[in-house]
Ligand binder design. Structure first.
Ligand SMILES: NC(=O)c1ccc[n+]([C@@H]2O[C@H](COP(=O)([O-])OP(=O)(O)OC[C@H]3O[C@@H](n4cnc5c(N)ncnc54)[C@H](O)[C@@H]3O)[C@@H](O)[C@H]2O)c1
Length: 404
């Protein structure tokens, strides 16, 4: 078991500064590095703001805040890296940039140091291959905002040692996070399950089956903290389209991205950051998408499909079953990740507990119905048929994904 006395974070942007804040808050010294002074100053400013909010809320004193701030040092070089035990890289999402950073880190950090990356989509194995210690390279995927989100996904690459996995899990727990181990797969766990759900909402809209407000209202009444369109607007339509592309590239037609995402990106409807996305934050009229929807309906010859909250949930549940049958994660980790990472209603336990409550037989039937009506993206995960065949149909038979 390795003790971690000192950490470093590469990149002082949105995620890097949040991660450095989380580390300092746990009481560990941390170096924050970026390419120039403006960038590190911005990062420190962001961290100060996070702490100041805690002070304003009476959750810590100004003196405590200064103690925590004193744990953070900044650099644009590699001073202080000679005795770090772990580095978390959160620079831009670019493989060449990350490979260069990791080969430099390999040279300036002690042999025992863990080199971790916060990448959302790049291969951990490929990043590891840029070093002479791939057994020490691992993915640690934080969620935005890292100071509030408990979940972190831990993703070993092909060469990562089990010791490194154990060490980073312990490190994450020391930060008071909930680490979930995930085998390397496009989108990891949370984004791989969330995207089919969000994408299905986009299909519902472009097929004219429901409205932005009604879909969001139905998911909020199911218990989600916000509806899929409000969430997409926060994520950014350009970012969502890129994630959808990455998943499509890996999983094929099952995750065919809804065309409306590209159309919106082209029009500059990128969500809250541009004032218009699925919602119009400038005048609240929300009719700016009508021409796009009309055009898509003509182009795609879309017939009005039916909408129910189930349609979105089934897309997520089916992907969860795929993830389970591929051995990416355990059933309980899948559920914990979706509750802590996306706000899936806790009283429903997560997508797989929810499937057990609905009944695996009904889940399978509904998926087959949607497959017939809407196409192959609803092709049921083979595991569901095996379960139904064996009488593992959920709560009502005492056994489904879980035992009751
Ligand atoms: N934004 C999110 O919601 C989110 C969530 C999880 C993971 N991620 C991942 O985290 C990483 C960072 O994302 P972000 O949103 O914080 O990006 P960002 O653009 O806000 O910050 C990136 C920072 O990295 C710096 N940088 C670029 N090249 C560098 C180098 N060679 N050395 C040091 N610093 C360098 C930039 O100056 C910038 O300050 C990406 O890999 C991203 O995929 C992002």
């Amino acid at each position: 078991m390795m003790y971690i006395y000192k950490a470093a974070v590469i990149g002082a942007g949105t995620m890097g500064s949040q991660i450095a804040q989380v580390i300092s808050y746990s009481g560990l010294p941390v170096i924050l590095k970026d390419i120039d002074k403006t960038a590190v100053d911005k990062g420190i400013g962001a961290i100060r703001k996070i702490y100041q909010t805690r002070v304003d809320k009476g959750k810590m004193t100004p003196a405590e805040m200064e103690q925590k701030m004193a744990l953070i040092s900044v650099t644009t070089g590699y001073e202080g890296f000679i005795d770090v035990d772990i580095v978390i890289e959160a620079a831009i999402e670019d493989m060449e940039v990350k490979k260069k950073i990791f080969s430099e880190l390999d040279a300036v950090t002690p042999q025992h140091a863990i080199l971790a990356t916060n990448t959302s989509s790049l291969s951990i194995s490929a990043i590891g291959a840029a070093t002479r210690r791939p057994e020490k390279v691992i993915g640690i995927h934080f969620f935005n905002p890292a100071y509030a989100m408990k979940l972190v996904e831990v993703i070993p690459g092909l060469a990562t040692s089990s010791e490194t996995i154990d060490d980073i899990v312990a490190f994450a727990e020391g930060l008071r996070k909930i680490p979930i181990k995930v085998r390397e797969t496009a989108g990891f766990l949370v984004n791989r399950l969330l995207m089919p759900y969000l994408n299905e909402a986009a299909f519902v809209l472009q097929e004219g089956s429901s409205t932005v407000r009604d879909v969001d209202a139905s998911m909020v009444s199911f218990g989600m903290p916000m509806g899929p369109f409000a969430l997409l607007d926060m994520i950014g339509i350009d970012v969502a389209a890129r994630v959808a592309d990455i998943l499509y590239d890996s999983y094929g037609p099952r995750i065919e991205p809804a065309s409306i995402l590209y159309e919106m990106a082209r029009e500059g409807y990128l969500g809250t950051k541009t004032g218009k996305g699925f919602y119009d934050y400038t005048d609240g009229k929300d009719n700016h998408l009508d021409p796009i929807i009309k055009r898509l309906q003509v182009e795609k010859g879309a017939k009005k499909s039916s909408y129910s909250a189930d349609r979105l949930l089934l897309a997520m549940i089916n992907e969860a079953v795929m993830v389970f049958q591929e051995g990416i994660s355990s059933v309980s980790d899948i559920d914990i990740a979706m509750v802590t990472g996306t706000g899936f209603p806790q009283d429903k336990g997560g997508p797989l507990h929810y499937a057990d409550q609905v009944g695996i037989d009904r889940v399978l039937e509904e998926l087959q119905q949607y497959k017939n009506d809407l196409g192959h993206r609803f092709w049921p995960a083979p595991m569901l048929k095996r379960m139904v065949g064996a009488g593992f149909i959920g709560v009502k038979s005492g056994r489904g994904f879980f035992v009751y």
